[in-house]
Write a protein that binds this ligand. Sequence first.
Ligand code: IDP
Length: 140
Amino acid sequence: MAIERTFSIIKPDATRRNLTGRINAVFEENGLRIVAQKRVQLSQAQAEAFYGVHRERPFFNDLVSFMISGPVVVQVLEGENAVARNRELMGATDPKKADAGTIRAQFAESIEANSVHGSDSAENAAIEIAYFFAGSEIVA
Ligand code: IDP
């Protein structure tokens, strides 16, 4: 199976509760290598652009406010089938519906403050990685 990259964000609810290390342990113990990582404060414009596909959704403004409410950790994860593997590890968007043992089941506070973002396709992963990282910042 091909080695693939995906884009991940550890969201403000998780950085606030000092969960970065525990979430990274889930990735590393499940075959995903963190090949780039930085802690950043998103601007409103960055958060709006990143979640642009949700602009018409009723939760858009609240989501943007949440995403800029504290620092996030943006990451590139690499491994076999990394996009799908990370989505499995994250669990469903709504932590109440997430399978036991997933990151969101363990750590998320709500459907909005759900601790992690992960790309939903290889195409979006490439776009999202390029949005946050220069090629020279990704070291496999
Ligand atoms: P995903 O993060 O599981 O891929 P998306 O549907 O792409 O889910 O939604 C993006 C983010 O928007 C979610 O992770 C969550 O933070 C937020 N969100 C999604 N649905 C709702 C909702 O119904 N209410 C509030 N926030 C939501």
